[in-house]
Design a protein. Structure first.
Length: 343
């Protein structure tokens, strides 16, 4: 190759590079990728600066789930997150990268922690309540014990609620589905004064169920749930913000009865199955004890944020929570009663 040909090649490459640069500069700002802000390290920062495996679901993505959100439904959008359903909330668990806690004890602490607005839910069953007015959900994979404590050896589900709005806003949404399932939710937010803002939301859901109990002539696998939540944000100075959060939720689920789908192997199994159809299409049970998983949860929380030395913030989180869970289901899966004997 001669010196002349080398010069022509270099000139052509420079012209191509200049054209590419001009092309990128012409891309409108609206077409650029929006920066994702997370609080995976207990402070808000760009996702690109966080040295943790994080998947974030924003408010827009969460709206795809419809009227009400619960943790078990987001597994469809989160890599390596699985939900293991038990007979009730206390026996259910979240599993991240194959790590989770599955136990029948209400005292068992989870390996995947659930955190709502900075407060850790100490029992895995507490994570499966309805969620409303959520700004984003962050799923942190891998051990997170340094910042979130001993219950985060498998990962963390970090839930951040929407903050009070600077201007008045309100919305209400109602849905009706097949099987007489009804869901309603609403929210109201805005300023009370220059220093005080509020956000209130409520939800209600009801469903009779989709499993027929041929013995009791009732339906199973349904629910009745209702809850309210309030948030008040007070900023008496430019450097101090106090946030008071209170919530209450009640649920009464006629769930979850075990379906026997296999063929009867003996006379006892045939008695248990009764006249119920068998196979993978089974949608009926023959049980004398209806399943029920009920309870309520409520709490009060006070957050304080004091900005010092310019861009540093001292944060205090104080919270009190109560969770009650009652589980009742048929242990023999059939019409036989331990008290009265076979029907």
């Amino acid at each position: 190759m001669t010196e002349k040909s080398k010069t022509k090649w270099a000139s052509g490459a420079s012209a191509a590079a200049l054209a590419v640069a001009i092309g990128f500069a012409a891309v409108p700002a609206a077409a650029q990728v929006e920066e994702i802000i997370v609080s995976a390290q207990k402070r808000e920062e760009s996702l690109l600066r966080v040295p943790v495996a994080v998947t974030t679901l924003g408010a827009g993505q969460l709206e795809t789930f419809g009227n009400l959100i619960d943790i078990q439904r987001i597994q469809a959008l989160i890599p390596s997150l699985n939900f293991r359903r038990g007979s009730g909330n206390r026996e259910s668990a979240l599993v991240l990268r194959g790590i989770g806690t599955i136990s029948f004890s209400i005292a068992a602490e989870p390996a995947v922690a659930t955190v709502i607005d900075g407060v850790v839910l100490s029992r895995s069953g507490q994570a499966f309540n309805e969620l409303a007015d959520i700004a984003r959900i962050e799923v942190l994979r891998g051990p997170q014990g340094t910042l979130f404590g001993k219950n985060a050896s498998g990962g963390v589900i970090n839930i951040i609620s929407k903050k009070p709005a600077d201007s008045p806003e309100a919305y209400m949404e109602a849905s009706y589905f097949k099987g007489d399932e009804v869901r309603v939710k609403g929210s109201l937010s805005g300023p009370i004064s220059d220093a005080l803002k509020y956000r209130l939301n409520a939800f209600f859901g009801s469903f009779d169920g989709y499993i027929d109990n041929v013995l009791l002539n009732k339906r199973s696998h349904g629910y009745d749930r209702a809850g309210v939540r309030g948030m008040f944000e007070w900023s008496p100075t430019n450097t101090l913000t106090l946030t008071l959060i209170g919530d209450w939720m009640e649920r009464n689920d006629n769930c979850c009865a075990d379906l026997l789908s296999g063929p009867p192997a003996d006379a006892l199994n045939a008695l248990v199955l009764g006249g119920v159809s068998r196979g993978i299409e089974t949608r009926a049970i023959n049980q004398d004890q209806p399943a029920n998983n009920s309870g309520d949860a409520y709490g009060l929380q006070l957050n304080g944020d004091l900005r010092v030395f310019g861009d540093h913030t001292i944060t205090s989180i104080s919270a009190f929570r109560v969770w009650e869970d009652d589980l009742l289901f048929d242990l023999d899966f059939g019409p036989n009663s331990a008290v009265s004997g076979p029907l």
